[in-house]
Write a protein that binds this ligand. Structure first.
Ligand SMILES: [Zn+2]
Length: 292
């Protein structure tokens, strides 16, 4: 197997872990750590025409409204809290302007941002998700390639909520971010953190490795390094506190433990308590600005 780092291109890597796609295909993948830059990545990487197969599940892009029952209602409540929280993180201290949400899914974030008066563009590769997003927003949802046609310095805020780990060509993507953001703009990147307690606890069963859908795996060091090389400075980090519970719950299911929900909530709670001291949350939000 020929390894090639998606960030620096080095072929030198060490296999750090074997991870199975427990969500869907049950196939085995490697997590490789680049010995040159420290980037952790999935190998083998499915080709562009094969990767779609690994997303073929009802659990992706599901968008169900008006479901009855306690759990769906609770889920909707958490989701709505989450979106508002993300919106505040992304726009705090900014005046209303133009926002780009890359990997917008069914448009939850854009829907909220538009309600608050922001002029939004979304990028979404899945046709199914894109159509739902179009129907719920002002409809400005485009394909990734179309980004190249947008003029430089066009956006005040660019967000990627749990998307960079899915991106095949990180270099191209980060170049686009750097090109499209205004000089006083803000870039917000949320990704799972494999240095978190829940990651270290669940090891190869950690649900946020999610191979091969997650091609890239990040910690704070590599994220800062990648963006710094594009003159983007990490100015703040935030956390998504609900993710530790959700990821731990799914990890417990992968391990086929009974009482997965209870165990997951407990483990998620421990992860969040530890992260208050270590700063290593299950999901991190990195906020960047241009270096002037
Ligand atoms: Zn590398």
């Amino acid at each position: 197997m020929k390894t090639i780092c998606p960030w620096c291109g080095s072929s030198k890597a060490e296999i750090k872990m074997e991870v199975k796609d427990e969500f869907l295909s049950q196939e085995e993948f490697h997590l490789c750590e680049c010995t040159n830059c420290g980037m952790l990545y999935t190998m083998p990487r499915p080709s562009k025409d094969k990767i779609g197969e690994y997303y073929k599940s009802d659990k992706y892009y599901s968008h169900q409204e008006n479901k009855s029952g306690f759990i769906p209602k609770l889920y909707e409540l958490v989701k709505s809290f989450n979106v508002k929280n993300k919106f505040n993180m992304a726009t705090k201290g900014k005046t209303i302007g133009k926002l780009l949400d890359i990997g917008c899914g069914v448009g939850d974030f854009i829907h909220t941002a538009e309600q608050k008066g922001w002029d939004c563009v979304g990028v979404e590769p899945s046709d199914e998700a894109k159509n739902i997003a179009k129907s719920r927003t002002k409809g400005n949802i485009i394909d990734s390639e179309k980004l190249e046609q947008i003029q430089d310095q066009n956006f005040d805020v660019i967000t990627m909520w749990h998307v960079l780990e899915h991106v095949d060509d990180i270099k191209w993507q980060v170049n686009q971010l750097q090109r499209l953001i205004k000089d006083d703009g803000r870039i917000v990147i949320a990704v799972p953190n494999y240095k978190s307690y829940d990651s270290e606890f669940y090891q190869q069963h950690w649900a946020a490795y999610d191979v091969p859908r997650h091609l890239n795996h990040f910690d704070k060091m590599i994220i800062a390094k990648i963006f710094k090389s594009k003159e983007l400075r990490l100015i703040n980090t935030e956390k998504l506190v609900w993710d530790s519970y959700y990821i731990s719950y799914i990890s417990e299911q992968y391990m086929q433990h009974s009482l997965a929900l209870m165990r997951g909530v407990w483990r998620g709670l421990i992860s969040n308590c530890k992260a208050r001291h270590t700063g290593e949350w299950s999901s991190m939000v990195y906020i960047f600005e241009k270096i002037h």
